[in-house]
Ligand binder design. Sequence first.
Ligand SMILES: N[C@@H](CCC(=O)N[C@@H](CS)C(=O)NCC(=O)O)C(=O)O
Length: 210
Amino acid sequence: MQLYFSPLACSMATRIALYEVGAEASYHAVDLVAKTLEDGADFRAINPMGQVPTLRTDDGVVLTENGAVLQYVADAFPAAGLAPTSAVERARLHQWLSFIGTELHKGVFAALLSPLLVDAPEATRDYARGRLPQRLAVLEQHLTGREFLIDTYSVADAYLATVLVWTSATNVSLAPYPALRAYHARILARPAAARAFSEERDLYVASRPA
Ligand SMILES: N[C@@H](CCC(=O)N[C@@H](CS)C(=O)NCC(=O)O)C(=O)O
């Protein structure tokens, strides 16, 4: 498999999942502003949206969108148990993947991370920041007394842990959300997540202008 990624972007969730399942994969950095690969090739020839994660499977199929890519990795390695198969639990997984993708990632953090990727106007950033407490409170309540988002560790945890990494770059404190903060530390301490985070942090630092 080939994962197109950008350091510390949402594609880190897929790297975590690939490490968790022990998949053989190669990793290709994308410049998300220029929309180019390291050899200068136009990334939009692979994904017209120019977004990561983009995954090319061993059969040459190109997959995009976090929810789809993460579930594909989980389903390709069922023994790792990163996605449940029963209808209700699978719907719960989908529920959390959608929540993270729409309510947190795109609905809040995409604007807060401005101007790193998009240049959101001040008013948009204020609006996004105002939406955050309710969403974090929902997570805090759900994770109080729970180890994972669903009954077992899943690709949704890899995605949420990745999005929560952005709290430090956006001055969002998790102090008012102790269960969520403990959850984040717990997920990032898993060997696959710790490895992915450490590698991508190094790549991110190396990619910044001196
Ligand atoms: N809807 C996409 C959004 C992915 C996305 O926004 N990825 C960001 C990095 S975290 C990106 O590639 N941004 C560059 C851009 O949107 O041009 C998904 O869920 O996978």
